[in-house]
Design a protein around this ligand. Structure first.
Ligand code: MN
Length: 341
């Protein structure tokens, strides 16, 4: 996910999917003008202008390939706050029933789920999760905008008082990240997790982030060489594929350290690769797996077949881990294009 700040209107318009004869740009432009006028110079607790926050939230949802009314609703998500003195009817009048009801539904969600204390966390989590799931049955777009809203709050949470920041982060970890996971919105899930990790365990986060940054160049060069070697083998076998180096997320590194009892020295070299098979035939994934295991030495205990046994959220992929000639550890995920999207 791009982290450019602040987002401009033209960047947002640029990120919209293009369709011939569609007036999505006009709608989004109009929503921006409406939000800018409604908030007129008002700043949030984290000190940014409301309209800057709105543009950023809209940009997050836009990158998830949603339709223009959803992007417009994201721009308008906080336009019914008391300081604007607007009501649902005003939004409906300007934008019609579809955008109007999305904005009204967003306004009905409490700004923060109060009383999310550690003591009653489990209960609270379950209660809020149930509430969110009920909303999904109505319109999933509401929850999508809500998740983007929360992510943007977390990105700017460094400017909030510590208590507020930690409560946001806790809620993201307990509710929004699992929800994004269940909905299969990976980009949001990863960043929600990384951001909540960053604010809840700042020291651990900083350590991991600096290790990852230090070794980035060397690791990227190594990954490029690995991609070339594997790509050649797959081409020879007639398997059309796209190979990418997969960024490791801070929180997943941290969790791996916890789960496997590893220290930084053992973990900071983690490298990961993703193979997307262009054909829809799952058997090619297994063929590609065989090629990976011929090229490098498989780690016996590190294989998972989520194609034969998909995860609860529908995730399907093969996961393996191998060692190269120099004993460098590499995680490889293999799936078809259809499984990926
Ligand atoms: Mn907001």
């Amino acid at each position: 996910m791009t982290k450019t700040w602040p987002i401009t209107l033209s960047q947002l318009l640029e990120s919209l999917p293009r369709a011939p004869g569609d007036n999505g740009r006009e709608l989004v432009r109009k929503a921006y003008a409406f939000a800018a006028a409604a908030h007129e110079g008002q700043r949030r607790a984290s000190r940014e202008l409301f309209v800057e926050h709105d543009l950023a939230v809209a940009h997050i949802v836009s990158q998830l390939q949603v339709d223009a009314p959803t992007v417009a609703a994201a721009l308008l998500h906080d336009v019914l706050l008391p300081h604007t003195q607007l009501d649902e009817a005003a939004v409906r009048k300007a934008f019609g029933a579809e955008v109007g009801s999305l904005v009204a539904a967003l306004a009905k969600l409490a700004p923060y789920s109060e009383g999310l204390s550690t003591a009653s966390r489990e209960q609270t989590t379950e209660a809020v999760r149930r509430a969110l799931l009920t909303i999904i049955e109505g319109d999933a777009r509401v929850i999508l905008i809500r998740l983007a809203d929360r992510l943007q709050d977390l990105r700017k949470a460094g400017d909030l008082p510590r208590e507020e920041r930690e409560s946001l982060a806790l809620e993201a970890r307990e509710i929004q990240a699992p929800l994004a996971n269940r909905l299969g919105i990976w980009q949001l899930k990863w960043e929600l997790e990384d951001m909540s990790f960053r604010w809840l365990e700042p020291e651990q986060y900083r350590k991991i982030a600096s290790y990852v940054a230090e070794r980035r160049e060397e690791r990227d060069r190594w990954i490029q060489r690995a991609i070339q070697a594997l790509k050649r083998r797959l081409n020879e076998a007639g398997i059309q594929s796209e190979l990418t180096g997969r960024p490791k997320h801070m929180y997943s590194i941290y969790r791996k350290m916890q789960e496997k009892g590893l220290n930084f020295e053992q973990i900071y070299d983690l490298r990961a690769l993703r193979v997307i098979i262009e054909s829809d035939d799952p058997s090619l994934c297994y063929q590609a797996l065989g090629i990976v295991h011929q090229l490098w030495t498989p780690e016996a205990k590190a294989f998972d077949d989520y194609i034969a046994k998909p995860k609860g959220n529908g995730y399907r992929s093969l996961h393996t881990a191998v060692l190269d000639e120099q004993g460098q550890y590499l995680e490889v995920q293999i799936r078809t294009r259809a499984m990926h999207s």
